[in-house]
Each structure stands twice: as C-alpha cells, then as structure tokens.
Design a protein around this ligand. Structure first.
Ligand SMILES: CC(=O)[C@@H](O)[C@H](O)COP(=O)(O)O
Ligand SMILES: NCC(=O)COP(=O)(O)O
Length: 250
C-alpha cells in the first residue's frame, strides 16, 4: 500500500536552550517557529521538561497561539503525562501529545514505554486526551512485539525511538537496525497504529530510514536540525530536510 509522505515537525527545544542563557529573549522561539513554518515545516514540536532547562511554560502557550494562525500545521507536545504534560494538554489541546517515560531531570529521552507494565496507568490518560480531541502517540523502542499492546491501551500512534538506528547508521550494524525498525513499524501499522519517529535523526540518516521503514507519518527533529540552522539558517535547513524526505519517496 502506498503511504502518504512523511511530515517534518521541527523540535525547538534547543532554540529555547540558547535563549535561556541570557535575559534578552533571543533567539526567539516563536520567531524560529514562524521561519520554519514559512519554509515548509509541517509542524512544531516541543518537550517542556519539568526543570524548564529549555522550553518554558510560556513558550508552550505562545506556540499554541501561534499555530492557530497556521491551519493544517500541527503542534506536538512531548512529555511525561505523570509529570507536567497533561496540564498543557488540558489547557491547550494540541493536535498531538507524545507520551515519553522520562524521569524528571533526565539528560535526554532514551527509552520507550513497556507493556504490560505501563498499560494500567496510561489508559485513563490516553482516554482523557482522546476525549479532548488530542491524538496520542506513545514513545516506544523498536520492538515489534510491543505494538499490539500499544494499540490495545488506546494510542493513535507510536513514535519509534530512533537513537539506536542513528548510532548505527555509519557502522555495519545499520542494516540490522533498519530491519528491526521496519519490523516494528509494520507491526504498528498492522495493529492499526500510525507511526512517528524521532531522536537523533539528521540530514545524513533520514532518507535511508524513510526508505527502509514503512509508513512513517511524521518525524520530529530538533538537535541536529537546529545545529544545521546555525550554519544554514532556518529556511535553507527546512528545505534541506524536506528534500531528504522527498528523496525517500522518489
Ligand atoms: C522524545 C525525544 O526523543 C526527544 O525529542 C526529546 O524530547 C529531546 O529532548 P531534549 O531536547 O531535552 O534532549
Ligand atoms: N521526538 C524527537 C524530537 O522531537 C527531536 O529529537 P532530537 O532530534 O532533538 O534528537
């Protein structure tokens, strides 16, 4: 079956990280969002961590307001629903909430939810999001045998945690990782889930990933993309990432 082209959601955490080192409001997170959307980003992602080391609560509110002027573009808020994520979801009703099982103060995301262990406590929060009209994506390791359980708990999508693939991309382990991610994505699709992907995706590894892994609806990319934007500017960077996606579907 032919799949729709993958949407690029730009994660702006690292713009906020730089901004927070002074009290001057630069670089501006909302200005970055506008420039990325103008250049063709399909959406904006943020992961407001409880310690506010980068994205702060006001950024999430400012971006939700900004996205209202961009119909068809999506706002994705990531976080742990047992910490601060649900407050944002209830107040702002983003297009998508991505549940991530990070500890408070965690260095960066490094694993997904586990089933059956997490099912009971996730189900009511997923139900609440869906009642609010918010799509739920669960951050998951690339394990095919976990996908039916992610669907059974009520999720709309899963986000494949791609760091193990990214770390293997320049090594002989790449082919094995791609097989693992393709099997996990196919299992998710077979279970009726949409498939997102993210973490350490970049201009070098993105096209190979999308060629090998079926049916990826959205990639959220932050760290490498913002690093590229420091050199190329936001507009050229978004065009470059969209070319990587287009090449995978050519
Ligand atoms: C969920 C995920 O894989 C990453 O988006 C993560 O949110 C990045 O967070 P940091 O930018 O804090 O490393
Ligand atoms: N969900 C992944 C994301 O938003 C960005 O991850 P990264 O590109 O900053 O590693």
């Amino acid at each position: 079956m032919a799949h729709a082209r993958t949407a690029l959601s730009v994660n702006l955490n690292k713009v906020a990280l730089v901004r927070n080192t002074r009290h001057l409001g630069i670089p501006s997170v909302t200005r970055a969002a506008t420039l990325c959307l103008e250049a063709g980003a399909a959406g904006i992602t943020v992961h407001p961590r409880p310690d506010e080391r980068h994205i702060r609560a006001h950024d999430v509110h400012d971006l939700a307001a900004l996205l209202k002027a961009w119909p068809g573009r999506e706002f994705n808020i990531e976080g742990n629903p047992f910490h601060n994520l649900m407050d944002f979801v209830r107040a702002l009703r983003p297009h998508q909430a991505t549940f991530v099982p990070d500890a408070e103060g965690q260095f960066t995301s490094d694993h997904g939810w586990r089933f059956p262990d997490d099912a009971g406590r996730l189900r009511p929060l997923i139900d609440e999001c869906r009642a609010l009209g918010v799509r739920v994506s669960l951050f998951m390791d690339a394990e095919a045998d976990q996908m039916a359980a992610a669907r059974a708990v009520g999720a709309d999508r899963i986000e494949l945690y791609t760091e193990p693939y990214a770390a293997a991309h320049a090594t002989p382990a790449r082919a094995g990782q791609l097989r693992r991610f393709a099997q996990a994505a196919q299992a998710a699709l077979d279970a009726g889930l949409g498939v997102n992907a993210g973490h350490d995706l970049n201009r070098d590894n993105l096209t190979d990933f999308l060629r090998a892994v079926p049916g990826v609806s959205e990639v959220s990319i932050g760290h490498a993309l913002i690093a590229d934007a420091l050199e190329l500017g936001y507009a050229e960077t978004i065009r470059a990432y969209n070319r990587c996606i287009a090449d995978a579907f050519a």
